[in-house]
Design a protein around this ligand. Sequence first.
Ligand SMILES: C[S@@+](CC[C@H](N)C(=O)[O-])C[C@H]1O[C@@H](n2cnc3c(N)ncnc32)[C@H](O)[C@@H]1O
Length: 324
Amino acid sequence: MLNAGCRLGLFPLLSAEPGSTAEEVGAGLGLNPRPTQTLLLGTTALGLTTHEGGGYRNAELIEQRLRDGTWEIIEDLVAFEAGIVVPADPDFTESLRQDTNVGLRRLAGEGTDLYHRLTHHPELSDLFYRCMHSWSRLSNPVLVAEADLSGVTRVLDVGGGDGVNAIALAQANPGVEFTVLDLPGAVGIARRKVAERGLADRISVVEGDIFADDYPAGHDCVLFANQLVIWSPEENTALLAKAHRALPAGGRVLVFSAVSDESGDGPLYAALDNVYFTTLPAAKSTIYHWGQYEEWLTKVGFTDVARHAGNTWTPHGVVSARKP
Ligand SMILES: C[S@@+](CC[C@H](N)C(=O)[O-])C[C@H]1O[C@@H](n2cnc3c(N)ncnc32)[C@H](O)[C@@H]1O
């Protein structure tokens, strides 16, 4: 219902014309009366719209996002769920049974992770990177607020996607330079985004494989943003050890991700997002809890390990550490 409402343009219509009748909504959306009733019954029963005195309005929850300009982010998240997550959801149970990402079979192609498979599906790849951008844009104020880059000259953004986090950090830290390292599909998008924001002199975009290739030299901070949720504890330990080797003494590492509570009871968003992580991205993807990141960082030799909770509705936080 939410996806259909988004795709059909129901919510902007009701924002522009609050109190519209079903007939007016149907005319505005180009729908016949029966499907209009179906849609409005669904959105209203779900609390996305209200129905009073014969007229329909957006729920305040939605109206607020249309007002504050974050509605386009929500639409991207819904499109991601509808286009990538939901088609693989029937494989969740089997993914639990087999302890691997069975849902990846829904995307034909080579590679054992979603990112390599996406290279065979240009439309889904565009959808993925557009939605990843929105998810990071929504959650990265936590990163920007908590990343202490004082004294840092150059940050390596490992698997930096379309550069959304490097761009936000560059804008907030004028003296710092960045390198975004990612696979070919993302690199082209990142170069375009960086150039559009006039940051090509401070953000380099480099194609490479974060496991197979050496990290480019000359960085005193390594950022893993929404990256260590994808891989197994062994792979994450290897990635963090690689960062440790690449950094000079005093260099920093930042892990920015959705995090689950050590108490094992939430947050709910992290718990439910794990359906996606279990079913699709890679064999052992999951939303780890704080203590797991701290354990791996300590194990590979980092000190001053600290956690910074986001206190927002997305379950994001930052774990920072330093190479002694
Ligand atoms: C969940 S996305 C996060 C993107 C970005 N860091 C963000 O927070 O918006 C994971 C990113 O890791 C990249 N990635 C996955 N496997 C990789 C590999 N082996 N080498 C380089 N990049 C990789 C993907 O292309 C994707 O951009």
